[in-house]
Structures are given as C-alpha cells and as structure tokens.
Design a binder for this molecule. Sequence first.
Ligand SMILES: NC(=O)C1=CN([C@@H]2O[C@H](COP(=O)(O)OP(=O)(O)OC[C@H]3O[C@@H](n4cnc5c(N)ncnc54)[C@H](O)[C@@H]3O)[C@@H](O)[C@H]2O)C=CC1
Ligand SMILES: O=C(O)[C@@H]1CCC=N1
Length: 263
Amino acid sequence: MYKIGFIGCGNMGSAMLRGVVSKGDVAPSDIIVAEPLQEKADAVAAEFGVNVTTDNTVAAQSELLVLAIKPQVYAVVLEGLSEALGPDTLLLSLAPGKTLAYLAEATKCTRITRLMPNTPAAVGEGMTSVVYNDACTEADKQAVMDFVTSFGRAQVIPEHLIDAATAIAGCSPAYVYMFIEAMADAAVIEGMPRAQAYQYAAQAVLGSAKMVIESGKHPAELKDAVCSPGGTTIAGLRALEKAGFRSAVIEGLEATCEKARNL
Ligand SMILES: NC(=O)C1=CN([C@@H]2O[C@H](COP(=O)(O)OP(=O)(O)OC[C@H]3O[C@@H](n4cnc5c(N)ncnc54)[C@H](O)[C@@H]3O)[C@@H](O)[C@H]2O)C=CC1
Ligand SMILES: O=C(O)[C@@H]1CCC=N1
C-alpha cells in the first residue's frame, strides 16, 4: 500500500479515514492529514493516531494523495501545491464537477483518479465510484482499489457516469436520512417514542437494502411481496404515488446531476 495523504479532513475525508483505519490494512503512521482547522486537526490526530499537519505541501509528498476539499477551493489549493504535485503523486479527487481534464490542466500530476465515495464509508459500507485516467498503471489501480474497498464497495466507471454516481451514491445518503426522519415522524404521530422510531426506520431501510443486494431479486418483486392484496402497504403505496413519491426522488437526483455538471 502507498503512503496516503489527505488534503482536508472534513465530513468525507474523516469518513474515509475512519473506514480505512478501522479496517487496519494501512498503518496510521503511513497516513498524513493536512487540515487547516487546528481543532479538527487535533481531533483527527487523537482519534485515528495518524500524522497531522496544517501544511498542505507536506501531505502532498505522499504517494497517493486524496483531495478531500470542497470544489470551490480547488483552484487556490492546487495553485499552492503546484511545486509539490508532480508525476510521483497519484492524485485522487473527490469533487463533483472537477473533471480529469481539469485536474490534469491544474496540476503537474500525470496519474489521476476521480473518486465519488459516500459517508457510509465511516462504517465500512461506502459505495465508491472510481474513474482512472489513461496514465494510471496497474499498480496504481490496485492501490486505489485496496484503498477504496477498505471502506466499502467500489466500482470502476467511465467518466460520463460520474454525475449519476454522485447523485445515486455520493448524495443519496442525505435523502435516505430524510426518508428515515419522515418515517419516524409518522411513527411519532402515532405515539411511538422518537428514539425508538429512528431505530425502527433505520433497521427497515438497512434490511430492505440488504434484501436488494443479497437476494438478487428485482426491487419491484420485493415490493410486491410486501403488498398484500387489499392490505395496508398497498394503501400507503397509493398515497405515496399520489404525492409524487417516485417523481420527487427522480427530480431530486436529476437536480443533483445538473448541479454537478455546472460546478
Ligand atoms: N460529504 C459528503 O457526503 C461527500 C463529499 N464529497 C466531496 O468530498 C469533498 C470534501 O467534502 P466534505 O468533506 O463534505 O467537506 P468539508 O467541508 O466537511 O471538509 C473539507 C475540509 O477541508 C478543509 N479545508 C478547507 N480549506 C482547505 C485548504 N485550503 N487546505 C486544506 N484543507 C482545507 C476544511 O477545514 C474541512 O475540514 C468535496 O469535494 C465533496 O464534494 C464526495 C462525496 C460525498
Ligand atoms: O453535496 C456535495 O456537493 C457533496 C458531493 C456528494 C455529496 N456531497
């Protein structure tokens, strides 16, 4: 495994770090995190036992460098790293909208990979999309796969699918949490204590997702098996469809893709 550097360690960087450190394949001493917020940097050092610096150029000396910063600060950060980034660095970028062409133009790196992970990486259940550029070697690809599969599932995709991947995996946890909240609100209306309602809703989502992944069955078949003729589920399904449930989800994900294309 390569020595890994992180530039920025906020929500996504720390989720990946938590996953990778818990898996144990990379020694914390082989990881260096650059995080300008001292309080965050101290918390990362204390929790994960990794090396921490506020100096981006030090972290950029790692062989595999994760840009875990917001797309809005890319230009200034990459300019600051122009001397530190070169052909020796395998650059991993998490930002929507920052294309391989942009990253090649903005740095002297030749080996570049885009990743679109999600925060469930923190519990080893991430879904990460991977887009390599042509200069990545087989060893690079192996190192990237070892890294991303240490915090969940991963798939290599062509770059034209990364906006869809951003919507369906990068962003969708937020929408799933909203769904869990909404279901819990309904249970609270019916008198269930709130904490219990979150547990019920979350376990129902977890179990349903596991059924899709492990049974290999079409989601519609699994849905139909819950809908008893003349029963409760089909009555709820009708009300959800009347309220535009599927359309709302499709429009939400499409708005995400549109935003990613324009970042
Ligand atoms: N949060 C999420 O669920 C996901 C985020 N992403 C992508 O990951 C990247 C990071 O996002 P988040 O972690 O959510 O953002 P965040 O705002 O939580 O973390 C960014 C971190 O970068 C640090 N930072 C700011 N300026 C810096 C600089 N000049 N040098 C070094 N560090 C600097 C900040 O202090 C902060 O800790 C973004 O490109 C985002 O689009 C991708 C998939 C999912
Ligand atoms: O909201 C965002 O822009 C980032 C990218 C995917 C998830 N969060």
